[in-house]
Write a protein that binds this ligand. Structure first.
Ligand SMILES: *[C@@H]1O[C@H](CO)[C@@H](O)[C@H](O)[C@H]1NC(C)=O
Length: 125
């Protein structure tokens, strides 16, 4: 019984600590530099890897031109990035990663590439 209470308490704690992101301070986009830029590149890479392992698109990062992050309901990372497609061609695209990891399929990736319709893909965290 005691154990069950502790378990319940922990569940509540875990839920409480998982949600504040969604109710955090909302602010404008913040340009990323240095270590934060390195971390954001990992976020983008992880996302591209997940999509490539699924139904695509299939992109590799050539280089990130700029990146910014914003706290919304979750986190919204925006990239200007040179991508390499399967044919080895490069193109500069705007990519947004809207991350709400507590939702199923909570990562929403939007690709805006020149001469292509906007592409929106979702994947799990
Ligand atoms: C994320 O940021 C991009 C670029 O600033 C913006 O176009 C998009 O609407 C934002 N998405 C959300 C969910 O705030």
């Amino acid at each position: 019984m005691f154990f069950a209470k502790i378990l319940l308490l922990c569940t509540v704690c875990a839920l409480a600590s998982a949600t504040p992101q969604g109710f955090g301070v909302l602010g404008g986009p913040k340009q990323l530099e240095g270590q934060e830029l390195v971390e954001s590149q990992k976020t983008l890479q992880a996302s591209l890897d997940k999509l490539a392992a699924g139904e695509g698109p299939y992109y590799r990062i050539s280089r990130i031109l700029s990146a910014s992050t914003q706290v919304v309901a979750g986190t919204n990372d925006s990239y200007s990035v040179e991508l390499i497609d399967r044919t080895g061609a490069t193109k500069v695209c705007d990519v947004d990663i809207w991350s709400r990891g507590w939702l199923p399929n909570g990562i929403r990736v939007t690709f805006r590439c020149p001469n292509e319709p906007e592409l929106i893909k979702k994947h799990n965290a």
